[in-house]
Design a protein around this ligand. Structure first.
Ligand code: AMP
Ligand code: MG
Length: 321
């Protein structure tokens, strides 16, 4: 395994590894992805093995341009077209009816496939060189905190990847927003993420269908209750005082009383939810490695990217307070 600058030679090595059915890690604007040749079922199987991810949890296909999408889908509705034109390349994943050529292992047997055109220049260069779809979940063991730097990937998946393309820290820092546009019904929000729900609704001119937690699991099996978790127990709190005894780590939104906590990470001193999302997973890792007994995370306002942040915190939490 090597961490490498994304030079032309490195991109060619990555493409060669992908042809051989190996796994590579690459940067996107959301988080680092663990990529395999999406149309090679054996290569895709290695993603599930490497992450210890259940085969019931479908993967997102990444492509360079919208033209590549047509080879993977049976239909592309007007609504899909409007969302793609507005938000691609970018942190929006669309769930569409799948073409027979997409292997069942990618979609966990679903008749639909999740697809995204990322906007990170290294992802674009890699996908252009590859000239096809890459199945790519986040490059971390299943259920754990997602990686937003090449070093995070190396810490957790060193043995499993052929190479890691280093594109620096991810700009957005939380995963893509997933919207199901596979049926004629209103588009459904399956996961809040890097594109704000408000921005999608402004383009549509009407609200997204937002399923309740119990129906969400059958619509989108990977939306497990527990995910993104640090090793240290994490609680969400609205209090500015420590609620637990022992060494308490604080994940604060804008400020924290440093005397009160053994370790403090502040997501955005100016209260900028984009900056907070960008820092979220790195801050969680930092607190997780600072020998605290418990992490208390402050709730953030639930609009814009705050919705994605709270979704991740609730899933990372041992329980809420
Ligand atoms: P990630 O783990 O970030 O790659 O995101 C994958 C998630 O996308 C899965 O856990 C599912 O929740 C969702 N997903 C992928 N494919 C589908 C699909 N065909 N239908 C519904 N949800 C999907
Ligand atoms: Mg993930």
């Amino acid at each position: 395994m090597a961490i490498t600058e994304p030079t032309e030679a490195a991109l060619q090595n990555a493409v060669r590894a992908l042809h051989d059915g190996d796994l590579i890690a690459f940067p996107t604007e959301t988080v680092y992805g663990l990529g395999a040749a999406a149309l090679q079922p054996k290569a895709v199987a290695r993603i599930f093995e490497a992450k210890k991810r259940p085969l019931t949890d479908p993967l997102i296909c990444h492509v360079a341009t919208v033209e590549h999408v047509f080879a993977l889908t049976r239909s592309f509705s007007d609504i899909a077209r409007i969302l793609a034109d507005t938000f691609w390349p970018g942190p929006l994943t669309l769930v569409l009816n799948k073409h027979a050529r997409v292997p069942d292992i990618v979609t966990a047997g679903f008749p639909t496939v999740a697809i995204r055109v990322p906007e990170h220049p290294v992802a674009t260069a890699l996908l252009t060189e590859w000239d096809g779809p890459l199945a790519a979940p986040s490059a971390n063991p299943f259920g754990r905190t997602s990686p937003t730097t090449a070093a995070h990937v190396e810490e957790q998946l060193r043995e499993q990847v052929e190479l890691i393309l280093d594109g620096g820290p991810c700009r957005i820092g939380v995963e893509s927003t997933i919207v199901d546009v596979s049926s004629p019904a209103a588009p459904r929000l399956l996961r809040p993420g890097g594109v704000a729900v408000e921005a999608i609704e402004a383009i549509l001119g009407y609200p997204l269908d937002i399923p309740q937690a119990d129906t969400l699991h059958s619509a989108s099996p990977g939306r497990m209750r527990h995910h993104y978790a640090p090793r240290t127990p994490l609680y969400i709190t609205s209090s500015s005082q420590a609620q637990h005894s022992g060494r308490v780590g604080r994940l604060a939104f804008t400020k924290a009383d440093c005397a009160e906590f053994a370790a403090v990470e502040i997501l955005s001193p100016t209260g900028d939810l984009r900056e907070a999302a960008h820092r979220l997973f790195g801050a969680l890792r930092q607190l997780d490695s600072s020998h605290v007994d418990v992490i208390e995370a402050e709730a953030v306002p639930e609009h814009g990217l705050g919705r994605a942040i709270m979704d991740r915190l609730r899933r990372a939490a041992t329980s809420s307070k």
